[in-house]
Each structure stands twice: as C-alpha cells, then as structure tokens.
Design a protein around this ligand. Sequence first.
Ligand code: GDP
Ligand code: IMO
Ligand code: MG
Length: 434
Amino acid sequence: MPATCVIGLQWGDEAKGKIVDLLTEQHDIVVRYQGGANAGHTVVTGGQKFKLSLVPSGIFHPGVQCVITGGVVLNPASLLDEIQGLTDRGVAIGKNLIVSDRAHVIFPWHFEEDRLLDQCSTGESIGTTMRGIGPCYRDKVGRSWAIRLGDLYRDDFRQRVEQIAKGKTRLMAGMGDAKIQFDGEQVYRQYADYARRLQPHVTDTTAFLLDAAEAGKRILFEGAQGSLLDIDHGTFPFVTSSNSSGVGVSGGSGVPGRFMTKIVGVLKAYTTRVGGGPFPTEQENDIGQHIRQRGNEYGTITKRPRRCGWFDAVAARYSARLGGVDVLSVMLLDVLSQLPELKICVAYEIAGRRVTNFPSHVDDLRRAVPVYETLPGWQQEVYDVRRAEDLPPLARNYLERLSHLVGCPIEVISIGPDREQTIVVRSNSCCRCC
Ligand code: GDP
Ligand code: IMO
Ligand code: MG
C-alpha cells in the first residue's frame, strides 16, 4: 500500500511544507519522524500563512491523522505553544495529533549546551538554530542523561530529573559557565505540567503506524531539514543531529522500507543554506541578493538571512540517489525570472581534478570550485502559469536540464507560495518536465 516520503534534497527550507500540504489530501496519515523545533515549514492555505515547527503539515486537513514519532526530539513547551497558536487560528487539534512516548525530551540544559558548544573542533561556528537539538540527540545516544516523553509519566521521573539537573549543573561549570544552576525541583514541576497537558496526545506511535501500514492506510512521511544536513551523509560537522536524508524515514518512524512506494525529492530551483559550512555555489553578490529578495530568503523560525546561490546539480544528484528519489518537486521557480542568465553547477574542480561525486570530507567541498553550465534566463513572470507547456520556453529548458542532471523526472513545479501556484506535470509528456 502506498506510503510517500517527502525529502529535502538540499540544505533545508526547500518548501517541503507546501508539498506535504498538497499531498495530504491523497493520504490518511502524515508523519514527522526526525528533527525537532529546528524545522520551520510554511503552509499557505485560504489566504493565511502558517509556520509549523513540530506539528505535521497535514494538520489543516480534517480527518487526517498527524503523528510525531520517537525519532523526533521534543520540546514540550514548543509543541504546546504551537498547538495553542494553531487552535487560536481555528485549526482543530485533538485526537488528530498523536505523539510518541519514545520521543526524547529537550530540557533547559540542552539550550545552554547548544549555546556553549555551537562550534566544531576547528572552532568554527556550526550556526545551529539554538533549539537544543544536538545536545538532546547527544544525550539520547549517550543514554545516561536521556529522558523520553513516556518517562514523564513514571514514578521515578522526579528523582531522575533531579539527578540529571545536578549533573548538568556540574557540566556547565566544567564548560566555563558556573553561573548556570539547574533547579531539579523546579524543572520537575514545569515538565510535570507539560506532561499533564500533552497526555491526551501521547501514545505508542510505532504500534499505531505498523498497524496502519499493515492495514493498507496511505501514509505520508514529512522530512525535516535536508539531505545535505544529514548527520551521516551530509556536510559533517556542519549538519543537524538526525538522519535528515531519505535514509532516516524507517529509523525515525519504525515503519519498514518495504512500505515506502514513492519518494518525492523537494528542491529549490536554486540553492540556499542557513548557518555555517561550505556552499560551493554561494553567490555573495548581486545575484545572491536578487534571489534573497525575490525568494524572501529569511529563516522561517530564526529569521536569519539565508545564504543564496546557483543550483548545484552535483549535490542534488547525490541527495536524490541517497534517498532513492522517484520524482522531483522543483520549488520557487518564479524567483529566477528576470535574470539575464542562469548557472547550474555540473561538476567540481578539486585540486585540479574534475569531480562529479559529492565529496565526503568538508575540506574537499570547501576547496571545490564549481564548474558551471550557463543557460539563458527568461524575463517573464511565471506566478500565474498553471500548465508546464505555458511556461516560457527558456524556463522549460532550464528545468529539463536540471532534471537530466539530477537524474529524476519532475512531477511538480512550484511558482509561488499558494496552493494554487502549482503545476503538476503530465506523466506522459516527453521529458517529464514540459
Ligand atoms: P520548508 O522548511 O522546506 O517547509 O520550507 P520553508 O517554509 O522554510 O521555506 C520555503 C518558503 O518558500 C516559504 O516561505 C514558502 O511559503 C515559500 N514558497 C514555497 N513555494 C514557493 C514558490 O514556489 N515560490 C515562492 N516565491 N515561494 C515559495
Ligand atoms: P527545515 O525543516 C534549514 C541547520 C542550522 C544549522 C544546522 C544545525 O525548515 O528545512 P541544529 O539546530 O539542527 O543543530 O542546526 O542545521 N538547520 C536548518 N536549516 N532548514 C531547517 O529545517 C534546518 N534545521 C536545522 O541552520 O546550520
Ligand atoms: Mg524551513
């Protein structure tokens, strides 16, 4: 039975939220399975803009079950705020949102650790979202100081949290900030209150999803971040702390790969990145500025200006292969209108050698000089186009080249943030992008 995965193929913010919202009507269940409140997914519906961090982007469709699984690191305060904000705007949230009792919980010390340790061993800043994501995943893997959502309902929760608070206070002093003291009793009371308010949503989502998959329910998996931020396969150490590429779906959700029947790779028609780390096609010039302005490229949650650059086909092809991507959704094509010419990176030159495999070491990526192919730009605005054949021929030409270089057909082209500003490409067209 069909399960669809939506995976970002760049460094995040590829407009996954829009695609998930669009695909939700063909599914029964929408699942967030990794990351946490570092994600900011935008959905524009009924003339209103919503920014989601933890709640799956399927929440706007009545009758659809939304699930946050054990692969997510959960800040209970963020989730409660998000639920309240959505409820205030008329979005019904009740039993249609369930949260895994296996999800690891973010505590106040995780924010402090994020602040004190936002750098890799070379001293460079990773530029995290400061949401405590990495430190919480570190405790999960380390096990000793980890607390899962289900633990909040057990008798020994108070004792455990008090013990961890003491240990974390010592850790702060060791990290050079002796002023920070965690009051275990206060943290316990605060989190016991969160636990009480979240209780109606908390359950074993693994059992729920396995039953649903075996019963043939249509499941949509919503990736957060992007493949190049994957902890194992991304531009380490300038990555997030979860498997944000296609490889993370089963691990984060507990649903076996054999249920995944379609993988949708989401790409911007250019590239952006927030935070530190190499970005070979970055344009710190008028082109980058043009893209940032037209694409409103500022962080959805953190508001940081996004770094902008040309489409990198070496990176995108790598991500698409890694995720086993079947079809592409190419987003924000409208942003590229009015540029005289466009460049696509087709290879890197590293130490005099032409390379088409994405480098495994960040130092090689840093040294990579992009080899560009230049294509003519189109001058017309495309916001109102609704059929691929009505796009300017030079825009079709650009998409055709992009699709060929990434190695996947294009199924969706997005030419604006609204649901309506979407072109679904006919599957019988000659090149699957026009
Ligand atoms: P996500 O994290 O992958 O869900 O992406 P974000 O929501 O962080 O960033 C994507 C941004 O692009 C949001 O502000 C969307 O409303 C916006 N957007 C989505 N599709 C399009 C499009 O085709 N054109 C334009 N101009 N904006 C778009
Ligand atoms: P969505 O789901 C873009 C980046 C941060 C930083 C790195 C590590 O909206 O696409 P973290 O706080 O996760 O430890 O930060 O990852 N990052 C994102 N960049 N979109 C995101 O999510 C991101 N989530 C994390 O900027 O470089
Ligand atoms: Mg985002």
